[in-house]
Design a protein around this ligand. Structure first.
Ligand code: PGA
Length: 257
């Protein structure tokens, strides 16, 4: 039994032009069928497409929400290229990703920066999808939980309102590689993350916070992953750009609420 609403996120990364945005919305996203008492669906196109996406979703009264893929660690000012939390709130974008492994490994974001982004998002009332996850070398040296908990603590020490947080566990070795964590491997980490949060933040926070899985989620593995007790949904990269995203969203029906 779970008290938590399923959360399905689509991280489009740096993919797609306006033509793709329009066709993917009209052919896939606008036809998604889900009960929004049981499931929440959030998509993250590139930031310059957010305003258009918002308008297109509003035109069809969509229940699908939007997320930015990133947020600045600074407020407004001389920070060329950055989009601030205030600007996202102003555009009525309810969510942002923080700490995605590509931001960490390619753009050099460390735990301190991710923590600052968590804090600034909380201060401005923006919901975060906070990503954590170990690399293959960490898993092979039995350091999975050490790495994940260090990343989680850097985020959780900046959180006051846990209702605005979704944790995304994304093992780096599973992202974009076609290698999904097995349902047992993912459940084990999710359970330990929840146990840690229970000790640190109390039972109420731990039982309510959604911990979602990301890393090569497709329509072929979504149903078995979602059935696991501590897996509350997904952050989907590659497969969120394809028609199969609809079947991934459909997997919410396999969750015993
Ligand atoms: P993937 O990406 O589904 O393509 O593995 C997941 C992510 O990076 O969020």
């Amino acid at each position: 039994m779970s008290l938590r609403k399923v959360f399905i996120g689509g991280n489009w990364k740096s993919n797609g032009d306006i033509k793709f945005l329009k066709s993917h919305l009209s052919s896939v996203i606008n036809n998604l069928k889900f009960d929004n008492n049981k499931c929440e669906v959030v998509i993250a196109p590139v930031s310059i497409h957010l305003a258009t996406a918002k308008q297109l979703l509003a035109e069809v009264n969509s229940k699908v929400q939007l997320a930015s893929q990133n947020v600045s660690a600074y407020n407004e000012g001389a920070y060329t290229g950055e989009v601030t939390a205030n600007q996202l709130v102003d555009l009525q974008i309810p969510f942002t990703l923080i700490g995605h492994s590509e931001r960490r490994s390619i753009f050099g974001e460390d735990d301190k920066t991710v923590g600052t982004k968590a804090k600034i998002s909380q201060d401005k009332g923006l919901n975060v999808i906070a990503c954590i996850g170990e690399q293959l070398k960490d898993r092979e040296s039995n350091n999975t939980m050490k790495v994940c908990l260090t990343q989680l603590d850097a985020i959780s020490s900046n959180i006051k309102d846990w209702s605005k947080v979704v944790i995304a566990y994304e093992p780096v070795w599973a992202i974009g590689t076609g290698k999904t964590a097995s349902k047992e491997q993912a459940q084990e980490v999710h359970q330990q993350l929840r146990n840690h949060l229970e000790k640190q933040q109390g039972k109420d926070v731990a039982s309510k916070v959604r911990i979602i899985y990301g890393g090569s989620v497709t329509e072929s593995n979504a149903n078995e992953l979602i059935a696991m007790q501590d897996i509350d949904g997904f952050l989907v990269g590659g497969a969120s750009l394809k028609p199969g995203f609809a079947q991934i969203v459909d997997s919410f029906k396999n969750k015993k609420l």
